[in-house]
Write a protein that binds this ligand. Structure first.
Ligand SMILES: Nc1ncnc2c1ncn2[C@@H]1O[C@H](COP(=O)(O)OP(=O)(O)OP(=O)(O)O)[C@@H](O)[C@H]1O
Ligand SMILES: [Mg+2]
Length: 354
């Protein structure tokens, strides 16, 4: 919608300011948008450079002088529309599909995914949560019984169902007024890896399926399994960015190097959109000196790629899944829940700036 609105603004601007030359257009269009500034600079430069040539050509034709203004104006309008559409594409590409990944097990990926999903829903974002782990923890932790799923991510990857048909919602989350869509998973999903082994472009299956629905959401969050398997690769190929939850421990830093290299490889070979969005410090205990030291090292090394939000170790977050609820919904007043809502706000702000 924003792209269409931009397009409208641009056309009106063009109509009002037909006689204004290139620099005028540059200023006006730059004022109407932040995201497309680069495109507009390029296009305005094109207008400025191209106009004298156009005028020269028209002057050469007998009726050229009569039509000159109209013709130049129409060209500018066409350029404006094209530019606005280009800007819309640029916005569509702007990150909104995020993998929560770390090949290390038990670091808080699922806790991060479900609480971020609930936190984003709480601040008014439309969210799809994709459970890419055959353990189905994110499905259960969102209040959906993985054993009762009629359709799941498995069917989507095998192309026997669309995401629209397979996604579900959780009654508990609807009751709590903090709902998001869930593309669930269960043990069946482990079979997909084997069944797709001979299929070409199998790592792009999720990406292809998401194309049909991603415009319905502000955020798509993918909970990855603790491995760099074909399933995780499907997540990385679909995403614009990776969120890495990590505990501030020595071995966590070692594992991070592998993950960053994997992201670089996927970026170079399979998905040029993919970037590391940020590192999220989870299960943090500020009383432990080693954790503080590792946290400082992370900031020194990764700078603003380290999220400001820090998720403390908090027993309410650990209790919540047994009630089929994200901590944010289970106990909104808990320190861990508040930290996740803070994180959700930070994500909204970061995506706006991407
Ligand atoms: N901030 C926290 N405070 C206390 N406990 C937490 C916190 N975050 C996660 N946990 C607990 O740690 C355990 C592992 O968390 P979680 O399941 O989110 O990790 P994971 O990375 O998804 O694991 P896996 O690699 O198996 O998918 C769970 O029991 C969870 O409840
Ligand atoms: Mg998990």
């Amino acid at each position: 919608m924003r792209g269409v609105a931009d397009c409208g603004v641009f056309v009106v601007t063009m109509m009002l300011f037909l006689p204004v030359s290139g620099p005028g257009i540059l200023v006006l269009t730059t004022l109407t948008s932040k995201g497309g500034v680069r495109a507009e600079l390029g296009a305005a430069a094109g207008v400025i450079a191209g106009k004298p040539l156009l005028i020269e050509r028209l002057r050469a034709s007998p009726s050229g002088s009569v039509n000159l203004n109209w013709f130049a104006g129409i060209c500018w309008m066409g350029l404006g529309v094209k530019l606005a559409l280009f800007r819309r594409n640029e916005q569509d590409l702007m990150g909104k599909i995020f993998c929560v990944a770390n090949q290390k097990g038990g670091v808080g990926k699922t806790t991060t995914t479900v609480n971020l999903a609930a936190g984003l829903a709480q601040v008014g974002q439309r969210v799809l949560m994709v459970d890419l782990d055959p353990q189905g923890n994110a499905t259960m932790g969102s209040g959906v019984d993985k054993r009762q799923l009629k359709l799941s991510l498995y069917d989507v990857l095998l192309e026997s169902a669309t995401i629209s048909a397979a996604r579900v919602q959780s009654e508990k989350l609807i009751e709590a007024g903090c709902s998001y869509d869930i593309l669930g998973a269960n043990r069946e999903l482990a079979g997909a890896e084997v069944e797709l082994v001979d299929v070409e472009r199998r790592e792009k299956r999720l990406k292809q399926a998401l194309v049909a629905v991603d415009k319905e959401y502000d955020f798509v969050l993918i909970d990855c399994p603790p491995s760099l398997s074909m399933l995780t690769l499907n997540g990385l190929c679909s995403a614009n960015g990776v969120i890495v939850p990590m505990q501030c421990e020595y071995f966590a830093l070692e594992g991070l190097t592998d993950l960053v290299n994997t992201i670089k490889q996927v970026h170079a070979n399979l998905n040029p959109d993919l970037q590391l969005i940020g590192l999220l410090r989870v299960m943090f205990d500020s009383r432990i000196t080693l954790q503080q030291q590792v946290s400082e090292q992370l900031k020194d090394h990764f700078g603003d790629k380290v999220f400001d939000a820090v998720i403390p170790r908090n027993v309410r977050l650990a209790e919540a899944p047994s009630y089929g609820l994200p901590g944010v919904v289970f106990d909104p007043s808990a320190k861990g829940s508040q930290a996740f809502v803070e994180f959700a706000r930070e994500m909204v702000a970061r995506v706006g700036k991407l």
